[in-house]
Design a protein around this ligand. Structure first.
Ligand code: APR
Ligand code: PHB
Length: 394
């Protein structure tokens, strides 16, 4: 089999890249090691920046998003027992975000790809990438016991943090930057109405909590937990009691609890691999970088990576110019480091760090107090939260 661009991974990065390239008339095959249902079983963040909404609109996969997505013009910061609203809409001259689960984005892109008859090979085993430092790269895999080779012009590594693409790059050609945080997020999904119509990010002496949602009847809540905690030790009752202890009296009063439909613990990590291009192979999304979920930048960064990549590949075929692909890594990394900085800062501001204890807590409260009373500080937060424009600073 032959294609122009072999995409490894059918998460949001791979699927959106496939859709953007298809729109540009470029042929792709996606090779994914899991089944479609497995991919849809992962629960992740759910806040889309305008840039991401625009990209989904560009590929025509925005109908359900516009119908079911919740437009948010603000969010709340809870600290020292009180809530304070950050009016993103007013602070950024009218910008907003859309709350719509990553699972739904993935489902919409998956359905669209299938409806267009584009090839995705699910449950491909032993996926390997070859000769990406030559003009004739290829991908091999096994499916139903048979070996296959996919010849291509380019390989897009959209295969997430544990994927094969980054792991196939010679060690000396890649530099990795990493910070692992000493805690995780315990997340619960439940069919109960959200405690508030906007998100609440809470800083307390007990640690961080987040009240988020998927719809008017489905909530997503998180509390900070030690990395040593096991999810089995967290009954629903224990979770709700702990979450309540993080909230202000009014929210505590109005919190509706119910049985969890998903419960998991995710570690927090900041990670960047440089560069993102190796000959004819490119990394995009979680394959190249991870942000902690505070601020929900992961999916949005993945979306802008693949936009830059589709622009670069389209320029290569259309104008016979390698300028775009030569510039890909640098262009992405500038935006990525800005999002890394914001996610690290917001994480540092909101979580309890065991090593700084009481002093750290007081400093965080002082910074939050400054943040809500200084318009320029609030604006800096709002501007980063809604997301920087696609060509910011270029
Ligand atoms: N071969 C084929 N597919 C693979 C391989 C492999 N060796 N390894 C991993 N994959 C697949 C995974 O099964 C997964 O479906 O690649 C896909 C990667 O998807 P994601 O991990 O969702 O990464 P990405 O598409 O970059 O999405 C980034 O996901 O983690 C969140 O916060 C992050 O929102 C961001 C988004
Ligand atoms: C979520 O809804 O899962 C979510 C929202 C905002 C975040 C992180 C996660 O910052």
């Amino acid at each position: 089999m032959r294609t122009q661009v072999a995409i490894i991974g059918a998460g949001p990065s791979g699927l959106l890249l496939g859709a953007l390239l298809h729109k540009a008339g470029i042929d792709t095959v996606i090779v994914e090691r899991q089944s479609g249902d497995y991919v849809l079983g992962r629960i992740r963040a759910g806040v889309l920046e305008q840039v991401t909404v625009d990209l989904l609109q560009e590929v025509g996969v925005d109908q359900r998003l516009h119908k079911e997505g919740l437009v948010h013009g603000g969010f709340e910061l809870l600290f020292a027992g009180k809530r304070h609203r950050i009016d993103m809409h007013q602070l950024t001259g009218g910008k907003q975000v859309v709350v719509y689960g990553q699972t739904e984005v993935t489902r919409d892109l998956m359905d669209d790809r299938a409806a267009k008859g584009l090839t995705t090979i699910y449950e491909a085993e032993n996926v390997q990438v070859h000769d990406f430092d030559s003009a004739n790269p290829s991908v091999t895999y096994t499916k139903d016991g048979q070996s296959h080779t996919l010849q291509c012009d380019f390989i897009a590594g959209c295969d997430g943090f544990h994927g094969v693409c980054r792991a196939s790059v010679p060690e000396g050609s890649i530099k990795e930057y990493e910070k692992v945080y000493p805690f995780g997020w315990l997340g619960v999904l439940a069919d109960v109405p959200p405690v508030s119509h906007e998100l609440i990010y809470a800083n307390t002496e007990r640690g961080f909590a987040l009240c988020s949602m998927r719809s008017a009847t489905r909530s997503r809540y998180y509390v900070q937990v030690p990395l040593t905690d096991k999810v089995e030790a967290w009954s629903d009752e224990r979770f709700w009691a702990d979450l309540k202890d993080h909230l202000d009296p009014e929210a505590r009063e109005s919190l509706v609890t119910g049985p969890s439909i998903e419960k998991s613990i995710a570690p927090l990590r900041s990670f960047v691999a440089e560069p993102m291009r190796f000959g004819r192979m490119f990394l995009a999304g979680d394959a190249a970088h991870i942000v902690p979920p505070t601020g929900a930048k992961g999916l949005n960064l993945a979306a802008t990576d693949v936009k830059y990549l589709s622009d670069a590949i389209t320029e290569y075929y259309g104008e016979k110019s390698p300028a775009g692909i030569d510039h890909y890594s640098q262009r992405c990394l500038r935006r990525i480091w800005r999002a890394e900085r914001f996610s690290w800062w917001f994480t540092s501001l909101m979580h309890q760090f065991p090593e700084t204890a009481g002093f750290g807590q007081k400093i965080q409260e002082a910074e939050l107090d400054y943040l809500i009373h200084s318009e320029s500080a609030s604006r800096a937060l709002a501007e980063n939260y809604v997301g920087l424009p696609l060509n910011f600073g270029e």
